[in-house]
Design a protein around this ligand. Structure first.
Ligand code: AMP
Length: 568
């Protein structure tokens, strides 16, 4: 397919903010998209493979600038200058290509196959000359691109497509293109997406127009699926209202999500960001092979750290380095041991159990897993309809250094990737928010050369909108804390989009957990709120941007503030 057609679709989609119009535009496009062009589905989401695939495009702004410079013959410095004034590298390349195209005629017609072919070579490049090879591959595409094509190519490269299309838009567009868009087909498509986690595969089947075939899409061992997420409750009364009586009340563990797949002797471990972390946790592979019965299964769990001497549970921050660290694994394993707390079974011996009620899944789990404390156990759980009993269990969880409890409906199915009302979390309203870094300031004196003060933002009302809520500069270089000025500077520098004097604007990407003393109304930040005494507690590479606190959560936290004092 000509890339021109896709670029036109991107233009049309960006021209409206109305969801229904977007669905209609996309639906028309999909009904003409042929089976051979199914990988265009990935490009629609700004990707080259399904989301779970580790091979990402991963081009930095700086590299994109070099490629734009090479394709247009304009000095990188000049490109950077344009970027600073326009603020969007896609727009910059469009403008610069426009100027260029007046003098030269491009000879090739760019196709989506060619775009995918070149982009897919990028992640595999390694070793000497990688940068030049990457620039070569990108420049080849840019030189045969029109200005509009260049705009979207560059946006795809840097992972910032800006067409306002979500998975749900694509789902509705498929439903309307291939079925008479009704609730049922939309739901079946969603379930197929949840299980396959691959839009090209679902498109391929949906295109045949047979709902029965879509219903057959199943989970696959070794292919990550998204984790189900919880809503919040502020009291047990509210919790019971949401999930029904009686319900399961489980410890809410303060660790990180681990979804475990097994087939025969093969084990795969995934985080909730769909990253494969099997190599980092060899002990978990052992526990699974030894202590869980079954030929094949998928388990949902939380890995929690504990102190190797006192056996007390530690918080997430204490073990967070285990997720990333690729060397000295056995040493780290001894120093920072974890216990796997399993709370769900999503697949068992060849069959998905997603549609089974939770009560049945949790029974199955407790049948196939033999508890080995400090290695792997089934989550601590009670089933109750009594607020007092639930509260007692909650206090016990807090005494055990855990975050609180989860309340789960006994009859609910498992919905990958959804934040559902039939699983709610109850935790003390500690003053803690997940926010994103959107700016920073270079330090002076001892800290000169490092970014040393960081602007935090929460989510705004619109998707992709981030509003400032505070600045943090302390709590960074504390002992045993992974976050230092050095590490943050290194992490943030490639994300700088603009610099002015000591101040840098930063592309929202790095999510952090922050504690604070109080939220106040404030005219100083564009969110209208300010945090008093904010302090970093952890980097949250496991949290996607869309899950940071938004204005609603901030104002709820503000309203709850008084009540919080109870918890001390
Ligand atoms: P939050 O990150 O505050 O939105 O809370 C949801 C997270 O709690 C999930 O993504 C899990 O990683 C974690 N969690 C801890 N214990 C449980 C449990 N028993 N059931 C489900 N999720 C749990």
């Amino acid at each position: 397919m000509q890339y021109k057609k896709l670029a036109q679709l991107y233009e049309d989609l960006s021209s409206t903010t109305k969801r229904l119009e977007k669905i209609e535009i996309l639906s028309k496009f999909l009904s003409y998209l042929s089976k051979e062009d199914r990988d265009v589905m990935y490009l629609l989401e700004g990707m080259i493979y399904p989301e779970y695939d580790d091979r990402k495009i991963g081009i930095s702004n700086q590299l994109a600038i070099k490629a734009i410079s090479k394709a247009t013959g304009i000095e990188p410095k000049q490109v950077t200058k344009e970027w600073k004034s326009i603020g969007d590298l896609g727009e910059v390349s469009k403008k610069l290509m426009q100027n260029k195209k007046q003098s030269t005629l491009h000879s090739h017609v760019l196709t989506t196959e060619k775009v995918l072919e070149n982009l897919r070579k990028l992640p595999g490049l390694e070793g000497k000359g990688t940068v030049d090879k990457k620039i070569g591959l990108i420049t080849e595409l840019l030189t045969s691109a029109s200005s509009i094509e260049a705009q979207y190519l560059v946006r795809t490269l840097i992972g910032d497509l800006r067409i306002g299309v979500q998975e749900s838009t694509i789902r509705e567009a498929m439903s309307s293109a291939f079925f008479d868009r009704n609730g049922k087909s939309s739901e079946i498509i969603q379930k197929a997406i949840d299980k396959a986690n691959d839009l090209a595969i679902v498109f391929d089947i949906a295109k045949k127009g047979k709902l029965k075939e879509l219903e057959k899409v199943s989970l696959e061992i070794g292919k990550p699926i998204k984790a189900m997420l919880a809503q919040k409750a502020t009291s047990f009364k509210e919790g019971f209202e949401k999930v029904g009586k009686p319900c399961a009340v489980e410890y809410k563990y303060d660790g990180f999500r681990m979804i475990i797949h097994k087939r025969g002797k093969e084990v795969f471990l995934f985080t909730r960001m769909l990253e494969n972390v099997t190599k980092q946790f060899p002990e978990v592979v052992e526990y699974i092979l030894e202590y869980v019965k079954g030929n094949s299964f998928i388990l949902d769990s939380e890995a929690v750290g504990f102190n190797k001497k006192t056996k007390e549970y530690t918080d997430f921050q204490a073990i967070s380095q285990r997720i990333r660290r690729k060397y000295d694994i056995s040493k780290l394993q001894k120093e920072l041991p974890i216990e796997v707390n399993v709370f769900d079974v999503l697949y068992y011996n060849g069959k998905s159990t997603l549609d089974e009620p939770f009560e049945k899944r949790t029974k199955l789990l407790r049948k196939i897993l033999k508890d080995h404390p400090y290695k792997i156990i089934a989550s601590k759980m009670i089933i109750t309809d009594d607020e007092k009993e639930a509260d007692k269990f909650y206090k016990k969880a807090l005494d055990d250094n855990q975050e609180g409890v989860m309340m789960k409906s006994l009859s609910a199915d498992y919905r990958p990737g959804r934040r559902v009302g039939n699983m709610v979390k109850m935790k003390p309203e500690e003053r803690d928010l997940d926010l994103v870094i959107t700016g920073a300031e270079y330090g002076t004196g001892k800290r000169s050369g490092w970014l040393s003060s960081f602007i935090l933002s929460c989510g705004g009302e619109k998707k992709g909108e981030y509003l400032e809520i505070g600045k943090v500069g302390t709590g960074i270089a504390e002992k045993d804390n992974e976050i230092t000025f050095e590490s943050l500077t290194e992490l943030l520098t490639p994300l700088i989009t603009k610099e002015k004097g000591k101040n840098a604007e930063i592309k929202p990407k790095i999510v952090v957990s922050v504690t604070y003393q109080e939220i106040q109304r404030s005219p100083n930040y564009n969110s209208g709120w300010a945090l008093r005494f904010p302090r970093f507690t952890a980097l949250r590479p496991d949290k996607p941007l869309k899950e940071i606190a938004d204005l609603k959560e901030v104002s709820e936290a503000f309203n709850n503030q008084k009540r919080n004092w109870r918890f001390g």
